[in-house]
Design a protein around this ligand. Structure first.
Ligand code: ADP
Ligand code: ADP
Length: 230
């Protein structure tokens, strides 16, 4: 079974046709990079995958669940599909550790000791163990984004979606975030969809590059084909 399957998916915002006839299959463990001009539907496409945006026609299957089926529990999708945004979206009044522990505590009822141990392990993995008791405002943008990634990983998702995770960052912080993402792509069996302008990331760890324009997928190439063709 594939991790994600789009079959003739249509998405409208009112009268505006934002996703046109999307057909796309992503296998478990693949890293897919989405590129294309601003407004082409990249963000909309990945937001349909965790149910943030409903689709109006076609079929969308994620981890075996049919998203258009009213009987599908949206929590089943959210547990398995994490999302990292451009603007971090950390809880400002919670410490770094509390940010990471919150969803597993509330949604999964994870035992407190296990939750803390795993959160500390993730903090270590993103190089920020010393910041456990800091508040988001005390951290740089790059550090906040690494915390946001750790927070997503805390749910042990099968799939992680990234919506321009480095485009709000000062240039000197981008590599720290990309390196964390590369580690995940290389060292875990995570399925990753990444909207980004960082072609170095695509070249190093991407399996496929998808090019979107005007709500359509115009190219869906293996990394080798994509970069050889340039
Ligand atoms: P991209 O990520 O490629 O920049 P988006 O998916 O954000 O593109 O947007 C695709 C198109 O859909 C744009 O024209 C955008 O203005 C429009 N759009 C996005 N979100 C909404 C919304 N909530 N309501 C209406 N139009 C939207
Ligand atoms: P980003 O590029 O960070 O995803 P956008 O500015 O594209 O941010 O969108 C921010 C929010 O505004 C999103 O929730 C998106 O759905 C919504 N949005 C984008 N374009 C439109 C639009 N034309 N009309 C209404 N809402 C929109």
């Amino acid at each position: 079974m594939s991790m994600i399957e789009f079959h003739d998916v249509q998405k409208y915002y009112g009268d505006f046709h934002a996703l046109k006839d999307i057909n796309l299959t992503v296998e478990a463990g693949e890293t897919v990079v989405l590129i294309g001009p601003s407004g082409s539907g990249k963000s909309t496409l990945i937001r349909t995958i965790n149910g943030l945006e409903p689709i109006q026609d076609g079929k969308l299957i994620v981890n075996g669940y049919d998203l258009a089926d009213k009987k599908t529990d949206p929590n089943k999708i959210r547990k398995n599909v994490g999302m990292v945004f451009q603007h971090f979206n950390l809880y400002a009044n919670k410490t770094v550790l509390e940010n990471i522990m919150l969803a597993p505590k509330v949604v999964l009822k994870r035992d407190d000791d296990e939750n803390r141990d795993f959160a500390m392990k993730l903090l270590d993995q993103v190089g920020l163990a010393s910041k456990a008791d800091s508040y988001p405002r005390q951290l740089s943008g790059g550090q906040q984004q690494r915390i946001a990634i750790a927070r997503s990983l805390a749910m042990r998702p099968k799939c992680l979606l990234f919506d321009e995770p480095t485009s709000a960052l000062d240039p000197e912080m981008i590599d720290d975030v990309l390196n964390v993402m590369k580690d995940i792509a290389r060292d875990s069996d995570m399925t990753m969809l990444v909207v980004t302008h960082e072609m170095g990331f695509a070249r190093e760890v991407g399996d496929r590059v998808i090019f979107m324009a005007d709500g359509q997928i115009l190219e869906d190439d293996s990394k080798e084909t994509f970069f050889d063709g340039q």
